[in-house]
Design a protein around this ligand. Structure first.
Ligand code: NDP
Length: 455
């Protein structure tokens, strides 16, 4: 802590990572300010995980109502209505409540909140409007922003930022991309009754996920009526009356009410003045840091989406804690990126932890693959044609379960517990000796006895 500076730490960006770092550092006695130009809570709270999950819940209700008949509920379907503005308004009040909680949390920890856009004047001075703020340490936690591909008519495409505030739902939508955001929004829109087409440039979407998961998910999503089109791209978007004409690379065209780009996110460093200070950047445009979040300038650190590690809130939160301990606490701890579980909240969900099969084979050699595919019990009476898939990857030599992948209801919830077992190094023998919870889908993970394949 230094008396020569107004603050011990200035954090630029009040998203998940920045807020966690600011709070923890202030609780350790540091004098901390956090600068935010947009909204407290960052992408996750405002235009990401939280409102997305609320929309996912909303989009499931339609199927629940349909499924009810098999359980004896008579719900006349001639008067069922969905009102998009109500969902958006209720979501907005919840986000507003969370913004308030973030403010209170920061204030209670003794963090000064400064509203405005930050620019680094030198390695230990940040300028916000007329104000110059000196700090012993500066952390850049400015996050990321959706990228729209450079194609004719790109100005007509919306991004996830816009999806949370659409004034009305279109009848048809086209989504470009095959990653988390494209697949989740395809599920949301289709669940809310929008005729949805997903355009992906490669052979099969969800690149980076387990091969079986990708294929199985494609099959389940198609059953929901989502038109998945692979090996094709969007060449241009042209307004056409109240619609848009979307020209595809295979020569065909689509007419639609909305075109969304879900084509990745770039590091948000605009206007910070990092280059002038000699802060090194990576080829992908992220801030280059070492394993201690240290940039090439000694007083400047960075964390979260802006440094190019997995763009996930829990990763940024963990980074904030590690960095706070390093700057003001007891250690030089490093972030452990192993066995990070993640979920895609499409319908049904994907949950995953550990390497995909092809990576595991490279890393471990001989594997035992356990795989189970079944109709979830709920759909025995609902009659819905929806199936689940679970997969365990076991290193044959050590018997350790190195990965678990699932497509099915509540996969995200189920995989969180499994990630603890996998991180703890549980063997297949431990899984086998674990008594299941019956009747659940999750019990399949401890009852798969015969390998689907070995080698
Ligand atoms: P992703 O990187 O996951 O996916 C981007 C997709 O867009 C890929 O399918 C990519 O294709 C495609 N693409 C990229 N550039 C172009 C282009 N020029 N033309 C056509 N297609 C293109 O990004 P998202 O935007 O989906 O999400 C960003 C990140 O946010 C995720 O990686 C994830 O870390 C995080 N996130 C996490 C969520 C969760 O935890 N549930 C939910 C939402 C987001 P290709 O595969 O060929 O490169």
């Amino acid at each position: 802590m230094s008396a020569n500076f107004e603050y011990d730490l200035v954090v630029i960006g009040a998203g998940s990572g920045g807020v966690r770092l600011a709070r923890m550092s202030a609780q350790k006695g540091a004098r901390v300010a956090v600068i935010e130009s947009r909204y407290l809570g960052g992408t996750c709270v405002n235009v990401g995980c939280v409102p997305k999950k609320l929309f996912v819940y909303g989009s499931r209700v339609g199927e629940d109502l349909e499924d009810a008949a098999g359980y004896g509920w008579n719900i006349p379907d001639d008067n069922i209505q969905f009102d998009w503005p109500t969902l958006v308004a209720n979501k907005n009040s919840e986000i507003h409540r969370l913004n308030g909680i973030y403010k209170t949390m920061l204030e209670n920890a003794g963090v000064t909140i400064i509203e405005g856009t930050a620019r680094l004047e030198d390695a230990q001075t940040v300028v916000v409007g007329e104000r110059r703020i000196s700090a012993a340490h500066i952390t850049v936690a400015t996050g990321s922003w959706p990228v729209v591909p450079d194609i004719p008519g790109k100005e007509h495409m919306v991004t996830s930022n816009d999806m949370f505030y659409l004034p009305q739902l279109p009848r048809e939508a086209v989504i470009l991309g095959g990653g988390y955001i494209a697949v989740e929004f395809a599920g949301i829109l289709a669940g809310l009754g929008v005729k949805t087409t997903l355009i992906y440039r490669g052979d099969l979407f969800l690149r980076g996920f387990d091969e079986d998961v990708r294929e199985f998910t494609a099959g389940e999503i198609r059953k929901k009526g989502i038109d998945l089109r692979f090996n094709v791209n969007i060449d241009s978007v042209t307004p056409d009356g109240a619609h848009y004409k979307v020209a595809l690379s295979d020569g065909s065209t689509l007419s639609t009410g909305l075109v969304m780009a879900a084509t990745g996110r770039r590091a948000l460093t605009d206007g910070l003045g990092l280059e002038a200070l000699g802060v090194e950047m990576t080829k992908s445009g992220h801030i280059a840091v070492d394993s201690h979040f240290q940039t090439s300038v000694p007083s400047i650190t960075a964390l979260g989406d802006v440094i190019g590690t997995p763009q996930l809130t829990p990763v940024a939160l963990a980074q904030g804690m590690v960095l706070s301990r390093r700057l003001f606490g007891d250690g030089e701890g490093e972030m452990d990126y192993s066995a990070i579980a993640t979920a895609v909240f499409c319908h049904p969900n994907i949950g995953t932890v550990g390497p995909i099969e092809s990576e595991a084979r490279e890393r471990y050699g001989r594997l035992r693959i356990y795989r189970s595919e079944f109709k979830p019990m709920r759909h025995t009476l609902s009659g819905r044609d929806e199936r689940s898939m679970m997969k365990l990857i076991v290193d044959d030599a050590s018997d350790k379960v190195v990965a678990a992948h699932m497509v099915g209801p509540d996969a995200g919830e189920i995989l969180q517990g499994l990630s603890v077992a996998i991180k703890a190094g549980a063997t297949k023998a431990v899984f086998d000796s674990t008594v299941g919870i019956h009747p659940t889908s999750a019990e399949e993970f401890v009852t798969m006895r015969e390998p689907h394949s070995v080698g």
